[in-house]
Design a protein around this ligand. Structure first.
Ligand SMILES: *Cc1c(COP(=O)(O)O)cnc(C)c1O
Length: 580
């Protein structure tokens, strides 16, 4: 018999997780989901470097985590996404961000060519390759061709983006048919995947279903997951663009008419039609669901069901820490918190925390070996060094520059403990404003002899660096402008890896009480900045005191573990999609 070394589970009451999962798998899922009728997940972005697909940020990270969690839970699952033949890596040259483009071959990543499908563009046939990679009960089906371009190439309302989105939707739907799969559910990860649901609607009508029945059927089986806060910010496509890329792919006149009707002044936002084609709608945190400002075509506010994002703990948490979580009965074998997880957390001592962070520090050093900072210096930290990190895309609302508004104060704080501050985050391709902001920030840092050797920017932020920093630093700083982060997942990696979290009360962080972590709040930037500096000082002191360290880390873990578990997220989706 195979022994599961760290898993121990008392079979005592009906709350028991095993009983629950068995019920889920037997009673519900087997009826609704099967290998031929999988849960389908559509995403224009996947961040899964091991499988050759590099995304831009959180949206793609979430997609990869969702598939891996489905694999562990035994859920029949197919993820449909583009395979981009080029990826962008970022470098820093003389303080300036430089993008480099590298070709990627899917054959080097275990994908197999299935066959070809065709879509129409400008009344020409465009040939798309369908490639596939299987992972137990799940698979990635990707659409690709040599001129598919890069992720988010061109502006968001451009012809090329529309082409990519149409190729994923119509091409991906044709690919499912080709492979012999029928979607039990279509989860649309943001509106760029709308065309997949449209392809289904068109097929139903073409096969003889009454148009209204087909709309109802498609709606019932489509979930639109929104990650964006303001509809107004979304790009529009013109009717002319649809004439070229979308309408030629529709066989049903009724569907074409329905879609044409949705244009207003010759323009269309995909969210307006995605809202219509999906009866099920979700947002990615409790706060996001409350503040997301979306109207349907009739002008009514759209209600989103809150299903907070989670992470695949196996992918993001240090192996030694996962062993501890399982041994202490904090996580069950599906990586969901056990009913008594709080008792397990009580077993976490300051010694254990320090020991696990020492392992993590080694991984961080290995990760930094070929990634110099802005001054070409290769960093190597001892177990005694103190590290703050700010690792997130370099965009305005996340406020990467806020901690640098008072450089004297920042220097004082770092000097007290001879601490380091690591910044990692990619600038969106072509974002001149943020690229300049980063350059100014680094110039300012380099003018100060102390900051120059204690503040480090590491270019080309990716999964590996995200992991290295989560397991190897002491304190993570997450300070988006409140109301602008939909959920965020990098802070989840920090909490799970026993970093101290300093954060504004925003996104998924606000799912928990404001007293469960080192929170930053205030009436304005200045007040928030002052509180941020206080929290940094507090964190340094807490790491020097066993009692405080233990108290803060346990409190965080206890409040957030149920929130950050990807298994919990998948269970929430299944409950929503297949109600008992
Ligand atoms: C986790 C992760 C993200 C998500 O970051 P958020 O700012 O929390 O949305 C983005 N990029 C990479 C490489 C990550 O690992």
């Amino acid at each position: 018999m195979e022994v599961e070394p760290y898993y121990y589970h008392p079979l005592e009451n009906i709350e028991d997780v095993d009983v629950f999962y068995e019920a889920v798998e037997r009673e519900r899922l087997t009826k609704s989901l099967s290998p031929e009728r999988p849960y389908t997940y559509w995403t224009i972005e996947l961040y899964d470097q091991i499988n050759g697909i590099r995304g831009g940020g959180g949206l793609g990270i979430l997609a990869a985590d969702t598939r891996r969690v489905a694999e562990k839970m035994g859920v029949a699952f197919a993820l449909i996404t583009p395979f981009y033949p080029y990826e962008v890596r970022q470098n820093l040259k003389n303080g300036q961000i430089v993008d480099q483009h590298f070709p990627v071959n899917y054959r080097n990543f275990g994908f197999k060519l299935v066959d070809k499908v065709f879509i129409k563009c400008h009344d020409n046939l465009c040939q798309l390759d369908v490639i596939e990679k299987k992972f137990k009960n799940t698979r990635i089906i990707a659409i690709t061709e040599p001129n598919f371009g890069e992720l988010y190439s061109g502006t968001s309302g451009s012809d090329h983006r529309l082409y990519q989105e149409v190729a994923l939707g119509f091409g991906g739907y044709a690919a499912l048919k080709l492979i012999g799969l029928k979607p039990a559910i279509m989860q649309l990860n943001e509106v760029a995947t709308f065309f997949a649901a449209l392809a289904r609607l068109d097929e139903l009508v073409r096969n003889g279903m009454d148009f209204y029945e087909a709309v109802v059927y498609t709606r019932k089986h489509t979930l639109y997951t929104n990650h964006t806060l303001v509809q107004a910010a979304e790009a529009e496509f013109s009717e002319g663009q649809f004439e070229n890329y979308v309408f030629p792919n529709l066989k049903s006149l009724a569907v074409k008419r329905w879609l044409k009707d949705k244009f207003s002044n010759g323009k269309l936002k995909l969210s307006s039609v995605t809202i219509e084609i999906a009866e099920l709608k979700s947002g990615v945190s409790k706060l996001h669901t409350r503040v997301a400002d979306y109207k349907d075509i009739a002008g009514n506010k759209v209600k989103f069901k809150a299903i907070t994002n989670g992470i695949d703990m196996d992918a993001w948490v240090l192996a030694e820490t996962m062993s501890f979580y399982h041994r202490a009965n904090i996580l069950d074998r599906f990586n969901a918190p056990t009913p008594n997880y709080d008792e397990g957390i009580e077993l976490l001592s300051s010694e254990k925390i320090r020991e696990l962070k020492r392992y993590g520090r080694g991984i961080l050093n290995a990760c930094l070996k070929d990634r110099p900072d802005q001054n070409g210096k290769i960093l190597r930290f001892s177990g005694n060094d103190f590290i703050f990190d700010f690792k997130r895309r370099f965009v305005d609302y996340k406020r990467p520059d806020l901690p640098f508004r008072n450089p004297d104060r920042l220097r004082n704080i770092l000097e007290k403990r001879n601490a380091h501050y690591i910044i990692a985050g990619r600038v969106h391709a072509g974002d001149e404003t943020m690229s300049n902001k980063l350059r100014c920030l680094l110039e300012m840092v380099n003018r100060d002899d102390y900051l120059k050797t204690h503040v480090h920017y590491i270019a080309d932020y990716d999964e590996k660096l995200a992991f290295g920093l989560s397991v190897g630093s002491n304190v993570a700083i997450n300070i988006p402008i409140v109301g602008l982060e939909a959920c965020g997942t990098s802070w989840m990696k920090d909490v799970a890896n026993l970093n101290m979290l300093i954060s504004t009360h925003d996104g998924g962080v606000a799912d928990a009480s404001i007293n469960s972590y080192l929170s930053v709040s205030g009436e304005n930037d200045e007040e928030e900045l002052n509180m941020l500096y206080q929290r940094m000082e507090e964190a340094i002191l807490a790491w020097e005191n066993d009692f405080d360290l233990e108290f803060i880390i346990k409190r965080q873990l206890s409040a957030f573990l149920p929130i950050i578990s990807g298994t919990r997220m998948m269970k929430d989706y299944l409950d929503y999609l297949f109600p008992m």
